[in-house]
Design a protein around this ligand. Sequence first.
Ligand code: GLC
Ligand code: CA
Length: 574
Amino acid sequence: MNRKWWHDKVAYQIYPKSFMDSNGDGIGDLCGIISKLDYLKSLGIDIIWLSPVYKSPFVDQGYDIADYYAIAEEFGTMDEFDELLAEAKKRGMYIIMDLVINHCSDQHEWFQKALAEPDGEYADYFYFRKGKNGNPPSNYRSYFGGSCWEPVPGTDKYYLHMFAKEQPDLNWENPKLRQELYNMVNWWLGKGVAGFRIDAIINIKKNLDFPDFEPDGADGLAGCWKMVESVDGVGEFLEDLKKNTFQKYDAFTVAEVFNMKEGELAEFIGDNGHFSTIFDFSAHSLSMEGHGWYDAPQIDFKKWRETVINAQLEVQACGFEANIIENHDEPRGVSRFLPKYAQTPAGTKMLGTVSLLLRGIPFIYQGQEIGMQNAVWNSIEEYDDISTKDQYQIAREAGLTDEEALEACGRMSRDNARTPVQWSDQENAGFTTGIPWIKVNSNYKSINVESQEKDADSVLNYYCRLVAVRKSPKYKKVFTYGKFVPVYQNSDTIMAYYREYENQRILVAANFGKDTVELQLEHPVRGVILSNQNKVEKPEQVMILNSCEVIVLECGDCKAIGDGVFGSGEHVND
Ligand code: GLC
Ligand code: CA
């Protein structure tokens, strides 16, 4: 496997609207981000992914782009963006942008021109199609509900949108459109962004026959992902994109890919893959097994463990995946992956450790490092998210009461991740001096950055140590390139694995159960690298793990430790 500059990096996702507001309008902005770069640096972050900051009507919170070359006024100016790039560079950090090129906003100039001239050049930037027998061209249901086809006013045609109707899909078959996109990507790379997180990219390939599928809901429609799953040939588009853009700049690209086909992983993330990496959504996909959020199964520990382990084993054969606990489309990981008794600082540290020390590129989502949790939502009006409103409707139509539907949304809503970052116990959690665009989680007095900075034992300070361990000169190689080897899989409550590289072997072991567990050690232990219970004494032969305890041990044939690489003393056995 070729070594790449991004292999050993730790990334952080910023959802700009909710990160930090600098001017009191209640909306996070670029200057707010700049003001927190030192904070991110001290957390050990190398790569910052900005969710979209382009000009947008924000129907889908910026994932509907009206101008790829402009910064949204709400977030600031291009000068401020350049300042952000320069300030990040000064600190040795990289900025990656969100690349949303499956669709744009209906306010984009291309779409406006297409509407004005439905038989003109720009109509071919989109999918304009005639209906069938008075119906839309096919029976696809969009990801946000309703038909994927919307009438083009004044014509007998429809345009395709797999997401909201304000997000028309771009026609990748059109070489002119592709060239426009490549120019834009290169323009940002030329400016100095280090790469992109690439949105919904599997969706760019369409079956141009737009065949109907067996309806899978009471609305008589079929999920549009069925067409995505059944069509071949996305790889040719992806290679063309890569060769014309990313490759020339040695850019880091992390793609959002659902519905990949069997056996295609190496084509996506191998040495010559379409992308540097893709996100591992396998654990998150466990919630997709129902008809909607209302019957999404709760996470079962053993199923979750098996899923994470299988993904790790599959991926290490060909490349790296990007590991996440949560992102802007998911509820908070602490609320989702931990049982109630473990939704504590100890459990939060445990989940973070197990995830960040996996093989792959860790992505921390804003607020994860202080253990932010799902909010309590009292009515559907409190939500902003387009998808939550749709899922609420689906739940009501399936016969759930208002209360039950709200409970389902409370568990799964994307807005759980979009409440403002809790910076302090001051009004609005220190996020804004104005009125926040979405409500602040009511637990901000007990969970916030400022108080955790003062507490050596806080989740935040633990995350700092965790990232520092991963990046320390001594352990960087083993945590980056070390093989992932699962262990204690027969236990009911233990998630554990080794990371092995040359003569180093590290054991990461966590007890997700309520009761204390005793484990027979397979290898002699040299020392404790990290413990969420501040243990420093190394276990001999038998290890006792309390409920919600995680420990990282150096064991096996490795050399004795003791050169104190972390500097933070008390948690390192030296
Ligand atoms: C991706 C984004 C999500 C957005 C969708 C449409 O899944 O992560 O937030 O709604 O694409 O752009
Ligand atoms: Ca602002």
